[in-house]
Design a protein around this ligand. Sequence first.
Ligand code: SAJ
Length: 432
Amino acid sequence: MKNVCVIGLGYIGLPTASMLADKGFNVSGVDVRDDIINTINEGNIHIEEPGLKDLVKSVVISGNLKAYNKPIPSDVFIIAVPTPVKQGKKACLDYVEAAAKSIVDVLKPGNLVILESTSPPETTKDFLVPILEKSGLKIGEELFVAYCPEKVLPGKIIYELVNNKRIIGGINEKSAQMAKEIYSSFVEGEIYLTDTVTAEMVKIMENTYRDVNIALANELAKISCKMGINAWEVIELANLHPRVNIHHPGPGVGGHCISVDPWFIVEKNPNLAQLINQARNTNDSMPEFTYKMISDAVNDIPNPKITLLGLTYKPDIDDTRESPSIEIAEMIRKNPRMTLSIHDPHVKKSSGLNDLEAALKDSDCIVLAVNHSEFNALDPAVVGKLVRSKIIIDTRNSLNSSEWENIGFEYILLGKGLPLEFCKEKQLACYN
Ligand code: SAJ
C-alpha cells in the first residue's frame, strides 16, 4: 500500500497528506479548487497553521506530494472533506457524497477507503458503503472501508497528528487493521480499533463534551452577571476540586467542529438528546449576550463607534468559520446608531477589515472578541490616546484589567457582574 490519494486539501487533508508523504508514501492530493492545487504544487499553503508550510514545501520538493483536481488510481483513499450543518441543523453530507462518487470508477480490488470527516453515527455503513458498492467490488472482501476521525486542534495540528491517540472503526476487522497500518506510519499515540458506528460516536461525543461544558460556563457567566459576582473567579476556585474542570465562558462557540457536531446527535435522537440540544442553544445565545453588553456599555453615547478586535473563532489562527465575532459584527451593523470597525491581524484585509490604528481611532468601545497574542501585547496608554471614549469589553478574560483601569478605561469583563444598584440605575439589559 504505497500510493495514497487524499481527497480534500483543507485543515485536515493537507496536513495528513503531507505527513504521509513525509513518511515515504506516494501521495496525490485532490481538491476542487484550482487555486489550492496551484498553491500546493508551488510548495505553498493556503491556510495558516504552524509548521505546515515547511512540511508541505519539503514533500512537494521531494516529489512525494502532488495535487490534482481528480482522484487517480491508488491503494488507499482518504476522504477529508467538510461536513457542515445545513438548514434545520442537519448534517450536510454533499461533499462526502461527491468525494465518494469521484473515486468509484478508479477503485480496484484490495483498495482501502478511509473516511476522516466528522459525520453522524452510521454514515460510513449506511451512506458511504452504498456509494462504494457501485464499484462492483465486494465490501469487506475486495474493498475495505474504515472510519478514522481526525482529532487535531487547529493551531497545534502537526504536533497532535503525531501524538494524539486515534480511534479507527472498521467495517470489518481486516479494514480496521489495514487502516491502522497506514496511520501507524506517522501516529505515535496509541491506536484503538472498533466498529464504524462507535468510532463515529466517539468523535462527536468528544466535541459534545466540550460544548456542554462550555455551555455550563456560559450559563454561569449569565448568572454571575445578574448576581454581581465574577464567573471566572468561581471557575478558578471550583476547579481546585480534584474532579472538577469547568470550561471558560466567552462570546460563543465557533469553528466547524464543536459548534456543529453536537447537532449530528440531536438530528438522530431529537427526543433523547435534550441536554445536548440545550447546550447548543445556550452557546448560540452568547453573541447576542455580548451584543447586549456592548449596547449597555455605550447606552449614553449618541453615535458610538465600536471597535471589534478579532474575527476568527479562536486565537492565533486565521479560521473564521462559525465565528461568534461575525454574528456580533452583524448585530452591531444592524443598529443604525452604531458604527463598526474590525481589526484582525490573522484575517486578510481584503475582507473589509481595518488596520489597528484606524480601527481604534475615535472608538467609543473596544470589544476584545478573540484573544490573539497581538491583542495581549496592546499598550493601554497608546490605545488611550487614540480612542474617543475609554471603554473596553474583555470577552475572554485575557487582558490585565488594572493596566487598563490605570489609564482611565472602564474595563468590563464578560461573566463579571457590575454592582446591582448601578445596573438598575442605568437599566442595563443583560443584568436584569
Ligand atoms: N471555547 C470556549 N470556552 C472554552 C473552550 C473553547 O468558549 O473553554 C470556544 C473557543 O473560543 C472556540 C470554540 O469553543 O470558539 C472551539 O474551540 P476549541 O479550541 O475548543 O476547539 P476546536 O473547534 O478548534 O477543535 C475541536 C477539538 N476537539 C476537542 O478538543 C474535543 C479538536 O481536537 C478537534 O479535532 C476539532 O474540534 C475537530 O475537528 O473536531
